[in-house]
Write a protein that binds this ligand. Sequence first.
Ligand SMILES: NC(=O)c1ccc[n+]([C@@H]2O[C@H](COP(=O)([O-])OP(=O)(O)OC[C@H]3O[C@@H](n4cnc5c(N)ncnc54)[C@H](OP(=O)(O)O)[C@@H]3O)[C@@H](O)[C@H]2O)c1
Length: 304
Amino acid sequence: MEKPYLLHFATPGPRVSPFDVNMAYDAGWDAVIPYAGVGPDDITAFTQDAIFSRGPRGVRRTALFLGGRDAWLAADMLEASRAAMVPPFEVSVFADPSGAYTTAAAMIAKVEHALASRFDISLSGACVLVLGATGPVGLVASALAAQAGARVQVASHAGADRAQVAVDELLLRAAGAYTGVAWSEDPAQRASVLEGVDVVLAVARAGVQVLCERDLLAAPRLRVAADVNAVPPAGIETVGAFDDARELALPGREGRPVLGIGALAIGNVKYRTQQALLQLMRQADGAQYLGYAECLAEARRHVA
Ligand SMILES: NC(=O)c1ccc[n+]([C@@H]2O[C@H](COP(=O)([O-])OP(=O)(O)OC[C@H]3O[C@@H](n4cnc5c(N)ncnc54)[C@H](OP(=O)(O)O)[C@@H]3O)[C@@H](O)[C@H]2O)c1
């Protein structure tokens, strides 16, 4: 009898994500087994518990998926799991905490595509403002934008100190040009932040609007406004969930278009990226280690 394809799904938190369980079954895994409370102290033993029982053929039908809410903890656990393998007893590992790796990767890939196809430019040298940058999606989007050569403004509505904590973490994780900025309710303060911004990424908590039309009009260099929040109201006023590099109707911006990319346009690429990587783990001959860099490489294949 052929051995079933088993995906062991571990999270440091109290429960795994039903979204990810659905995705894994839809990608063809025969069983997705959830484990709560698996943290950095436990991941080596957890990994080795998964690899030795099935023999060389069975081990290829086994993989690990790491969830949780912490973007950096998941990266550490991915590396620890990789280090715990004992070849030939080696399985694939995919980290995607809170969907942050695939979502941020899809967002960056969509923005890159819009910049290239409509303005013939890249993220290299661009100024990118990340609103909600201290959350898991925002941290990873900041890291990926910086690694693509952008100057990243890491914004927090809780103030500059909180933004700076995120910058300090980012500098340890992904070398790049980051500046921590406060994002207040004051239109003049917002306008001063927006002055030199080329791209805005709205990645704040679901259902929170972080940028209004007045802000868009206060950003003279703005080319792309991308929003991952699918829960009304939109994270960016005037950007619709289905907008896919749609030119926003902004008074006074004729001849200087701003393209809007909405949550469902990004979500579509996120979905395809996650599906493809879950399938890759089932089909590849060798073990795959999938973090946010691999998610971006895959997302770039799914933008059109
Ligand atoms: N489209 C997709 O496929 C997809 C997939 C996954 C997630 N998402 C969306 O991605 C977004 C980010 O997810 P996440 O898990 O990283 O979010 P999160 O951790 O819930 O929130 C991110 C940040 O939002 C900021 N924030 C919270 N309340 C705020 C408020 N009232 N005003 C302004 N900012 C506020 C906080 O940063 P500060 O306090 O430092 O400002 C927080 O760190 C969410 O909207 C989520 O629904 C979309």
